[in-house]
Ligand binder design. Structure first.
Ligand SMILES: NC(=O)c1ccc[n+]([C@@H]2O[C@H](COP(=O)([O-])OP(=O)(O)OC[C@H]3O[C@@H](n4cnc5c(N)ncnc54)[C@H](OP(=O)(O)O)[C@@H]3O)[C@@H](O)[C@H]2O)c1
Length: 273
């Protein structure tokens, strides 16, 4: 029902790079009309230019009272970019930021604390409808604002609501940045296969399909990831030999992941300062 409000009043997307365009594709696939969407981006992609032929408003003045305005520029660009849409804060437009680190308090300082502002952290699997996004709203964001933001984000995957904005740094470090860790794991597995003498293409095919298949299994199986790991591990076999390395208390993946996630969360907090 809320997406009808977007068809009626419109949606403004400020910044349409990797994450903005992933979400845009999801909304279009869910039936949001290109003519309901306004995009502001200094260097529009060919895809945006072609959507403009189908009615999308590209770098035009935004509609007077759009239902929602998505803030999808880099946090470092936000202060320069916001003046282009700050007039919308005078009406009933809901603001939905996906910027890492940028806090609700920061947006309230720029847009005013009467504006309904939702802070979200999506991830790039949104491009294939398999993202996960956490959301939290400011004091002015009531149920209607959160529902609309959530419905938009559900067009590109799952959503979770968090109560405490401070958790957003950890969320960013786990699921926002997390796809990059998994892609790096594919790269590392393929490189390790090559080091064992596999042809690079074959090593990459094996690594990619293994991570993708394990991901689907982890999602669909009733068993926990721990149980699924045990199911692969024959006593005295090859997996046990590998896991002795990967699960070493001092040098294993768990320690490494803890340090990586800590670094990302620290950076998210720094971006918010
Ligand atoms: N990528 C991810 O995995 C991910 C996940 C979750 C959240 N995020 C958040 O999403 C936001 C965008 O990230 P991204 O990876 O999509 O970055 P991106 O690809 O660089 O997209 C940002 C877009 O904003 C445009 N832009 C720059 N200045 C602008 C201005 N003044 N007005 C309007 N548009 C402007 C950029 O154009 P130019 O390229 O020409 O500068 C670019 O197209 C960031 O805040 C990030 O923290 C990203």
């Amino acid at each position: 029902m809320s997406l009808e409000r977007i068809d009626r009043q419109g949606l403004v997307l400020l910044g349409c790079g990797k994450m903005g365009s992933a979400m845009l594709e999801g909304w279009l696939a869910r039936g949001v009309a290109p003519s309901s969407i306004s995009v502001i981006d200094p260097y529009p992609s060919d895809r945006l230019e072609s959507l403009a032929q189908q009615g999308l408003r590209l770098n035009e003045a935004p509609p007077k009272d759009p239902a929602i305005c998505i803030l999808a520029v880099k946090p470092q660009m936000m202060t320069d970019a916001l003046p282009q849409i700050s007039d919308l804060a005078q009406g009933g437009t809901i603001f939905l930021s996906i910027a890492a680190g940028s806090t609700l308090a920061y947006f309230e300082r720029v847009l005013g604390d009467k504006a309904a502002i939702v802070r979200a952290m999506p991830n790039t699997p949104a491009a294939v409808g398999r993202g996960i996004t956490a959301i939290v709203g400011n004091g002015a964001a009531g149920a209607e604002a959160l529902d609309l933001a959530e419905e938009l984000l559900q067009a590109v995957g799952q959503t979770v609501r968090i109560e405490d904005e401070a958790q957003m740094d950890a969320v960013t470090a786990v699921s926002g940045s997390g796809p990059a860790y998994v892609f790096h794991m594919i790269e590392a597995m393929a490189a390790a296969g090559e080091a064992q003498g596999l042809d690079p293409e074959l090593a990459m095919t094996l690594a990619r399909a293994t991570v993708a298949g394990a991901g689907v299994l982890a999602e669909q199986a009733d068993e926990t990831p721990e149980r699924l790991r045990v199911n692969v591990t024959s006593k005295g076999g090859t997996t046990a030999a590998a896991l002795a390395v990967l699960m070493d208390d001092q040098t294993g993946l768990a320690q490494l992941m803890r340090r990586a996630v800590n670094a990302a969360a620290d950076r998210s907090r720094e971006l918010g300062e």
